[in-house]
Ligand binder design. Structure first.
Ligand code: 1CP
Length: 345
């Protein structure tokens, strides 16, 4: 085990070091549980507008770093910036989540175009530059994108879904149309992440939030293959930028993820048994997770006990402390301070 010295602890762990205490950052660490986020949000227009306003998005990215001194800052943006960049109408309604002009059939792909993409997503690059300029030197700036399958669910369903009936109808009736959409998203996602890298992000997380709704062969085709294509292109052109994949809800399909090449880290959702994950993934793989966000919201003895359990199970190898999914809005901010204290104790 290496003692923590100077430098970026998150990058060292993603390069294979085991650090004690482990670095910590949290999915959705910026957001509605923070009063300073709600205050800023109240004086801006729509949520997408916030994502596309570099000064404001940079400020929101930095809010949890100032408050807690976390080891990673995640760019404040959203996975649906990519469909927006491709020319799809995207908006966010208060209390309802995202609303998109849904793709109906393969012919609708003609509405999506890469020309204009770079210009539309350019504000995100400016956000990254502003954050990098203000970030303490010990903090790693994490860029991200949604994985193609997850982003496709929103593009085809037109909103958050429970059943995923529309995208599954594409998948089972017209897989070549779905393949064309996924291919386009692989291309757009690589371009988008390269823009973030050029602007200064130092690590990437791919959010495959809807990895958990597919049978095994479909998981290989629509989750493993497109993510592998993105990772291979990034590794070839930016070998120094580590990539983390978060295949939320994958269950036993995490085994298929353990066979993927080129990953520096894997995000474990709350349901993954940590000792099983340690045995399943290569010893050099950085494992990230997987505290239940609702234990963080609860706090107290349950929080302390769960932090202890997860550290004991995962801390023997490269480990990044995180939640198993995003911080929930009802989380008292002081519980996050307590979590950071517990992890660094
Ligand atoms: O302020 C608000 O009311 C909007 C709420 C909000 C926030 C704070 C949305 C709408 N997106 C975000 C920020 C966000 N989204 C980040 C910022 C960085 C951070 O983690 O702090 C990130 C990484 C995301 C990624 C994202 N957006 C995902 C993947 C992660 C996950 O939660 O599984 C997904 C699925 C989305 C889509 C999305 N954006 C927003 C909503 C309400 C949704 C739908 C979620 C769903 O369908 O359940």
């Amino acid at each position: 085990m290496t003692a923590v010295s100077t430098g970026k602890t998150l990058l060292r762990v993603l390069a294979g070091s085991t650090l004690e205490p482990p670095p910590i950052w949290l999915m959705r660490q910026a957001g509605r549980y923070l009063p300073e986020y709600r205050a800023l949000r109240a004086r801006t227009g729509g949520f997408l507008e916030l994502c596309l306003s570099p000064a404001l998005a940079a400020e929101v990215t930095l809010q949890p770093i100032r408050r807690y001194g976390l080891d990673g800052a995640i760019l404040f943006s959203d996975i649906l910036v990519v469909p927006y960049g491709l020319g799809q109408a995207v908006s966010f309604r208060e209390g309802e989540g995202p609303i998109l002009e849904a793709l109906d059939h393969g012919g609708d792909l003609a509405r999506l175009a890469m020309d204009g993409f770079a210009g539309r997503v350019a504000p995100i690059g400016e956000t990254v530059r502003r954050v990098r300029a203000e970030l303490p030197p010990s903090v790693t700036l994490i860029g991200f994108a949604g994985s193609p399958w997850t982003v496709s669910t929103y593009m085809i369903e037109g909103r958050s879904s429970r059943e995923f009936g529309r995208i599954k109808a594409w998948l089972y009736r017209d897989p070549s149309a779905l393949a064309a959409l996924i291919d386009r998203l692989v291309e757009a996602t690589v371009a988008y992440l390269e823009l973030q890298i050029a602007a200064g992000v130092e690590a990437i997380q791919l959010f495959e939030s809807w990895a958990g709704i597919l049978p095994a062969p479909a998981f290989e085709r629509w989750v493993v293959t497109p993510n592998a294509a993105i990772i291979a292109q990034l590794n070839a052109r930016h070998p120094d930028i580590p990539v983390i994949l978060f295949p939320r809800g994958a269950g036993a399909n995490y085994q298929a993820v353990s066979r993927m090449a080129g990953l520096a880290g894997v995000g474990l959702d709350t349901t993954v048994p940590p000792t099983w994950a340690r045995q399943t993934f290569a010893p050099s793989m950085a494992l990230q997770g997987n505290l239940d966000p609702l234990v963080l919201a609860t706090g107290g003895a349950a929080l302390a006990e769960e932090v202890r359990r997860i550290r004991a199970a995962l801390g023997s190898g490269p480990f990044v402390f995180n939640l198993g999914h995003g911080v929930v809005p009802e989380t008292p901010p002081e519980h996050v301070a307590e979590l950071v204290r517990l992890v660094r104790a």
